[in-house]
Design a protein around this ligand. Structure first.
Ligand SMILES: Cc1cc2nc3c(=O)[nH]c(=O)nc-3n(C[C@H](O)[C@H](O)[C@H](O)COP(=O)(O)O)c2cc1C
Length: 313
């Protein structure tokens, strides 16, 4: 059985972005599940210190998901065993389109190797006690979509939930996500299916659920700088209404992120990224982002953001 979640909303794994502070903020605003960014199983199996540090999960965010990528079954099993007691769920990446990842045969490159996928998911499912989930794209290109076959193989091999990012590898992050494939996967498997791709609002969420019948909805880019979106959707589900977020409140969210980032001693690069992200939709955001990009320490960022928070600009 897949873990029961507090809401049907999931924050997507995003490399360099979904650090522990941001994940906790997403959970506070009602994400039922959050993922670490993808972690290299090869590096983890070798005991690489920098990779071990990337597993920044804390008990407060339970249920925790660690996402692994790789192509070597032995390394994946070793990495999964390392993660077994550090998280509730282990996710396997079959979606990353980045050149350096597919060159090593990992991420979305594996969509071309159904037998290898079967071998990996079978091995992971029997190696650890955690449910194994899989996040996948539609296929390599539009003329070679095989997501239904891959999802069925994963289910047979023991996977407990499938996420479909409804784009092909070749699409990268451009073009439109084709949700009709999420519906096809949902109809083809009996484990829960999470739909992902281009959900940016309460209305998109409602439309994805209605059009695809998916069990969960995963949101990536739209929740960056705007984790309050999870609350808006949950509020709508509960009451039929939701509130717009004011500029001041959104900057307040950044300060909350910052408090957590300082607590967990996150690096300045992450703080800078999120400071820029939380200016989303604010008047003069372009100029603010440029200023932030030149800053060298947290004090400078605080100085710039405080007046927005105090509403005395
Ligand atoms: C900067 C960035 C980093 C990402 N990193 C990961 C990752 O580590 N693992 C993964 O499975 N997907 C990753 N993704 C893909 C997202 O999880 C998600 O599938 C994609 O952004 C589509 O959802 P959206 O339209 O809601 O953003 C990344 C996407 C972006 C833009």
């Amino acid at each position: 059985m897949f873990t029961k979640l507090k809401s049907d909303l999931i924050m997507a794994p995003m490399a360099g972005i979904t650090d522990v502070a941001f994940r906790l903020l997403c959970k506070k605003y009602g994400a039922g599940l959050t993922f670490t960014e993808m972690i290299s199983a090869n590096a983890l199996a070798r005991g690489n210190k920098a990779t071990i540090k990337m597993i920044d999960v804390v008990p407060e965010e339970k249920p925790r998901v660690i996402q692994l990528f790789g192509q070597n079954t032995e390394s994946l099993v070793k990495a999964a065993k390392y993660c077994e007691d550090k998280c509730e769920i282990l996710d396997f990446n079959l979606g990353c389109p980045a050149a350096k990842i597919i060159r090593q045969g990992s991420g979305s490159a594996l969509l071309e190797r159904p037998n290898k996928v079967k071998e990996i998911i079978t091995a992971l499912s029997s190696a650890v006690k955690n449910p194994i989930t899989v996040k996948m794209r539609l296929g390599i290109r539009k003329s070679k979509i095989n997501v239904v076959e891959i999802a069925q193989i994963c289910e047979e091999a023991g996977a407990k939930m499938i996420t479909v990012h409804a784009r092909t590898q070749k699409q990268g992050y451009t073009g439109e996500a084709d949700w009709s494939w999420i519906k096809k996967v949902k109809q083809a498997v009996s484990i829960p299916v999470t739909g992902n791709g281009d959900v940016r609002s309460v209305e998109d969420y409602l439309r994805m659920k209605k059009e695809t019948g998916c069990d969960y909805v995963m949101i990536g880019r739209a929740a960056v700088g705007r984790p309050y979106l999870f609350k808006q959707i949950n509020d709508y589900n509960r009451t039929g209404k939701y509130k717009q977020r004011e500029q001041k409140e959104q900057i307040g969210d950044f300060f909350e992120y910052l408090k957590l980032a300082e607590k967990y001693k996150l690096n300045f690069k992450n703080i800078k990224f999120h400071a820029q992200a939380f200016t989303k939709g604010i008047r003069g955001a372009g100029k603010l982002r440029l200023k932030i990009s030149r800053y060298k320490n947290v004090q400078e960022i605080k100085g710039l953001m405080k007046p927005f928070y105090n509403n005395n600009l």
